[in-house]
Design a protein around this ligand. Structure first.
Ligand code: FES
Ligand code: FES
Length: 163
């Protein structure tokens, strides 16, 4: 069946079997391999994408469900010059990328978190990435990278925020 949707801002049409997941559609039919395939049962968050503004596990979304909707993958998250944006730069600076397998999903989750909360607290950051597993256990650096982005975007250091 043909599915039409908006992918990273571009109208997209693709012919796929009706019973495949969004993850398979992206990786196998559109070569969008930035979205990683981990558990395929909704537990690791490696396959996170943004569907109509919300983070979803693309392994739990059936391809026909995205008909007429907006999907943003890691390939659609970038700075104005097409390179890494400030969040992605912060991941690099903070050493938040070890093997890198969880990184696209983490960046997707953090992007929506920052969009929703503006200047999330440490607790909100931890909650915001709680659906994303890092098998290298680099959580500390990942939280730091997001905190660094919050500060650079004008947020206050945590102590002042609660003062
Ligand atoms: S691959 Fe989708 S949650 Fe793990
Ligand atoms: S950096 Fe390896 S899984 Fe997170």
């Amino acid at each position: 069946m043909e599915i039409r949707f908006t992918l990273n801002g571009k109208p997209t049409a693709v012919d796929v079997p009706p019973d495949i997941t969004l993850l398979r559609l992206l990786r196998d039919y559109l070569d969008m391999t930035g979205t990683k395939c981990g558990c395929e049962i909704g537990e690791c968050g490696a396959c996170s994408v943004i569907l109509d503004g919300e983070v979803v596990n693309s392994c739990l979304v059936l391809a026909p469900q995205v008909e007429g909707r907006r999907v943003v993958t890691i390939e659609g998250i970038r700075g104005p010059d097409g390179g890494p944006n400030d969040l992605q730069e912060a991941f690099i600076e903070a050493g938040a990328i070890q093997c890198g397998f969880c990184t696209p999903g983490m960046v997707v989750a953090a992007t929506v978190l920052l969009r929703k909360h503006g200047y999330p607290t440490r607790e909100q950051i931890i909650e915001g990435i709680s659906g994303n597993l890092c098998r290298c256990t680099g959580y500390q650096q990942i939280v730091e990278a997001i905190q660094m982005t919050v500060l650079r975007r004008g947020g206050l250091p945590e102590k002042e925020e609660h003062a």
